[in-house]
Design a protein around this ligand. Structure first.
Ligand code: G3P
Length: 217
């Protein structure tokens, strides 16, 4: 993975589900090719196969479980993600919190399957403890700004600078990112990329929104 990167979280938005997930992933790929900047769709597990069959850019999924082949009804198996085209996974998003023990075991399973792992933290001290578990990427997202109009980089710049000091891996930041100025500021504060959702998926022109957000890279 080359940094900086814009990760686009499809969440379970209607505009980013099923065939619409494929359309949005194509848009991510088009912008990525046109601008030569890295844009990574983060899709629902149920859309992974159709998206990864359509685009050539790396595709991340929103969930993994620390299981192996066997009796684990309903779990998301790392081998299954790999075989269906995932490059990486997101672990411990604010909307899908996991215990430290589960995070550690997910990381082991991801290493085993050569899946990149981006683990989310909600504050700098959690970012530090996650960094010590040695994921590929740490993402810092204060939950109170997720989905809002105020970006983490404007409202709480210290969250990024403090995390930067405590994290030895590439640091991605997200929550409320909507404008290119939010991205520029996050990068100036030490972030290696951005995690965005509503600022792309819920906008009228996602292509234009992505172009705008990668312009400071
Ligand atoms: O994972 C990114 C996400 O939680 C940020 O959401 O809508 O504030 O860009 P949003």
């Amino acid at each position: 993975m080359n940094f900086p990167v814009l990760f686009v979280n499809f969440k379970t938005y209607r505009e980013a589900t099923g065939e619409k997930a494929v359309e949005l992933a194509r848009i991510c790929q088009n912008v990525s090719r046109q601008t030569n900047k890295q844009v990574v769709p983060v899709v629902q597990v149920s859309d992974l196969y159709r998206v990864s069959k359509t685009v050539d850019i790396p595709v991340y999924v929103q969930r993994v479980d620390p299981v192996t082949y066997g009796s684990n009804t309903g779990s998301v198996l790392p081998e299954g993600l790999k075989q269906n085209g995932a490059s990486g996974v997101v672990i411990n998003h604010s909307e899908d919190r996991r215990t430290d023990d589960v995070v550690r075991r997910c990381l082991e399973r991801c290493r085993d399957q050569k899946l990149e792992a981006m683990v989310c933290a909600k504050n700098p001290s959690e970012a530090e403890s996650i960094s010590s578990m040695n994921p590929d990427i740490v993402a810092i997202e204060p939950p109170e700004f997720i989905g809002g109009d105020i970006s983490v980089s404007n409202a709480k710049p210290k969250i990024i600078t403090r995390s930067r000091k405590k994290v030895s891996q590439p640091l991605i930041c997200g929550a409320g990112i909507r404008k290119k100025e939010d991205v520029q500021k996050a990068i100036d504060l030490g972030a290696d990329g951005i995690f965005v959702a509503s600022g792309v998926v819920k906008t009228e022109d996602p292509e234009n929104s992505i172009k705008k957000l990668v312009s400071p890279f």
